[in-house]
Design a protein around this ligand. Structure first.
Ligand code: OXT
Ligand code: ADP
Ligand code: MG
Length: 577
């Protein structure tokens, strides 16, 4: 039992065999191996955080609930256990909700636990402290939502939340705990019996042998096959099987952003640097843990060329099939089981994908890599993206265990293309929504959950969404090195407002020094103006493990509007006045 449930000295006899909501929640979390909480204290959960910490749960206290939520979401992606975010009611809950929706959209398992107002007051709208019908508001934005009103139900409530978060397609779950629940007292023995240790929370989902045969037959028929690996494949932690399947097939593979490193980006079958070619020219496409959403142009249109294509899709979610285009060979199941069955079905003598096709892909890849190479070796001052990324690419190659966190527009898109990844789940970024603000939460969770050093490559705008957490990073002394690509603005720093004295909406203070923020909290701040200075500072940070922020001055004119997705911006057809 949690420490506080034991008899406090001098407590009345009956206290010895009683427990309460605080302790039952702590015991339920620990019973299910959930021993890290990311949150922000406040009424009615401050004491819960203190007691959880006293009971041996690691409680990371943030400066904003959205960052704690992004930490919990990525903790779920990294560990396959639901990340726990703990917030106060109403405004704290709402701050966490963005992260809960982001987790659900990205299929990351997390549980947002929020204190809430009492039902009898909320339902009569009598104006409770931070009154809000949180359960109703959460429901449309997450995979499941539950409220617990009685202490005896805490065990089953958390069990349901855990199972909902990790079973099938993982996602975000909301658990609503009204303030009075924490103080409810009950018999300790009965309380202990009410707890539930979840058995087989994410059961294997075995694909039908007929689905495996159909998929292999379609793959075998291909002249120009392509395998696309998505973040679902990274999440599945079936790394060896996936590598064996891709290599046995001999088919080029295209890793989506957070699937990079499942096989090294330098692998001879990697088509990351020949993306347009393989999307356009392939005739059979096998999606493994990747959706045909906007990131893949919905599987149709110019990016996919005119030639007819057949799609095979491996996914745990049956409803994902035919979401955008016809899937001729759906394989429904968990990726570990599916890939194992595919390997088994290939038997001993599988004819690898056609050599001429692999050859065409390789030459396109080498052409693109060669085109980019000289741009990476410049030592320009002011720095441009490629010069800065040229040194960071080498550092990641030398430090393949480091975790890379990345957000921005140009900063995101250019880093994705330039920095090769070598191991699974080492590149964490904005995900399906392209959301800014994931940075510091992901850095903190990556450091806490893996113990590995973290390198964050942040646009200056992106950093601004969660930058206050540099204090959190210093407070827990986490091995996080933040490189802010400071181009004085969003996309660029050169836009001008011709209509008045206010700056244009996309520019920031010129020459700002984010490094001084880190110094303010005892971390290491460095201002770098050349790739050489950047290289020295990052290596020093990665060697020391000290919280470090490097303000990398990037040429304000270097970026392009919205990076690689400028085409998504609506253009006014009216003549500019
Ligand atoms: O094959 P071709 O020839 O086509 O070439 C391709 C590859 O083959 C090749 N390639 C390579 N060549 C050589 N070597 C290597 N290694 C190599 N690798 C690849 O390169 C090209 C391109 O390859 P890529 O990138 O794989 O392919 P492509 O076509 O780009 O892929 C399409 C996509 C869609 C899959 C890809 O582009 C993608 O994943 N894009 C993600 C876009 C995204 O999510 N962006 C973030 C959101 S943008 C915007 O929303 C921003 N906001 C608004 C905002 C947001 N988001 N959130 C919130 C809460 N509030 C507001 C804001 C505010 S961004 C932003 C901040 C921006 O400012 P910052 O200061 O932070 O950043 P800066 O821009 O730096 O100033
Ligand atoms: P990406 O953005 O990298 O293309 P998406 O987020 O679009 O990836 O797709 C991830 C897909 O992976 C989702 O459709 C989800 O259902 C699926 N998925 C997640 N985990 C598993 C798993 N363990 N087994 C099978 N499919 C999974
Ligand atoms: Mg910028």
């Amino acid at each position: 039992m949690a420490e506080a449930a034991l008899k406090a000295p001098g407590a009345p006899e009956e206290a010895q065999d009683q427990t309460d909501g605080f302790n039952l929640m702590i015991d339920a979390l620990k019973l299910n191996g959930l021993t890290t909480i990311y949150g922000v204290p406040g009424i009615p959960i401050t004491d819960f955080g203190r007691m959880a910490q006293a009971a041996g749960i690691r409680v990371l206290s943030f400066r904003h609930e959205q960052n704690a939520g992004y930490a919990a979401a990525i903790a779920g992606f990294l560990t396959k256990k639901p990340g726990i975010c703990l917030t106060v009611s109403a405004p704290g809950f709402l701050n966490g909700l963005t992260a809960l929706a982001h987790a659900t959209t990205n299929c990351f398992p997390m549980i947002l636990i929020s204190g809430s107002s009492e039902r009898e007051i909320v339902d009569l709208q009598q104006g409770d402290y931070e009154e809000m019908d949180q359960l109703a508001i959460a429901k449309p934005l997450c995979k499941a939502a539950f409220r617990v009103l009685h202490a005896v139900d805490i065990g089953i409530g958390l069990a349901r939340a855990i199972r909902a978060a990790v079973s099938g397609r993982p996602g975000g779950v909301y658990l609503d705990l009204p303030a009075k629940l924490f103080g409810q007292v009950m018999d300790a023995e009965a309380g202990k019996k009410s707890l539930v240790k979840v058995i087989d929370a994410a059961p294997a989902q075995i694909p039908a042998p007929s689905a495996i045969k159909r998929a292999l037959d379609v793959l075998k028929s291909a002249k120009r096959p392509l395998i696309i690996l998505g973040k679902g494949a990274a999440y599945a932690q079936a790394d060896e099987a996936i590598k064996a399947f891709v290599e046995k097939s001999g088919v080029p593979f295209l890793p989506m952003s957070m699937a990079k490193g499942l096989l090294p980006d330098t692998h001879p079958q990697c088509a990351g640097a020949a993306r347009s070619t393989v999307l356009k020219d392939s005739d059979v496409v096998m999606l493994i843990g990747a959706r045909l959403n906007w990131l893949l142009s919905h599987g149709k249109g110019k990016a996919w060329g005119d030639a007819p294509k057949k799609f095979i899709q491996v996914d745990i979610e049956p409803k994902e099939m035919d979401s955008n285009v016809e899937i001729v060979a759906p394989v429904v199941g968990d990726i570990g089981s599916c890939v194992a069955a595919l390997l088994d079905g290939m038997g001993g003598s599988w004819t690898k994908g056609p050599a001429d096709w692999m050859g065409a892909v390789s030459s396109k890849r080498e052409e693109n890599v060669a085109k980019m190479a000289p741009r990476l070796m410049n030592n320009n001052n002011p720095m441009d993206y490629h010069g800065a990324l040229g040194v960071l690419r080498t550092i990641i190659k030398e430090r393949p265990d480091a975790i890379l966190v990345n957000e921005g527009a140009n900063t995101l898109d250019l880093t994705r293309g330039v920095i090769d990844m070598y191991k699974p789940r080492k590149r964490l970024d904005v995900g399906t929504w392209g959301v800014m603000g994931i940075g510091m939460g992901q850095c903190i969770a990556a450091a806490v959950e893996t113990g590995k050093p973290v390198l964050a490559i942040e646009g200056d705008s992106a950093f601004g969404f969660s930058g206050m957490e540099v204090e959190t990073i210093c407070r827990y002394n986490l091995p996080v090195c933040i490189v802010v690509f400071n181009n004085d603005g969003i996309y660029r720093g050169t836009d001008v407002n011709k209509a008045g004295s206010d700056p244009a909406p996309t520019v920031f203070v010129k020459g700002s020094r984010y490094d001084r923020m880190m110094e303010a909290f005892g971390g290491v701040g460095v201002h770098a103006t050349t790739p050489d200075e950047l290289k020295r500072a990052v290596n020093a940070a990665m060697d020391s493990g000290k919280p470090t922020l490097i303000n990398a001055a990037i040429d304000p004119a270097a970026g392009s509007e919205s990076g690689r997705i400028g085409n998504l911006n609506p253009q006014s057809k009216l003549k500019k006045k």
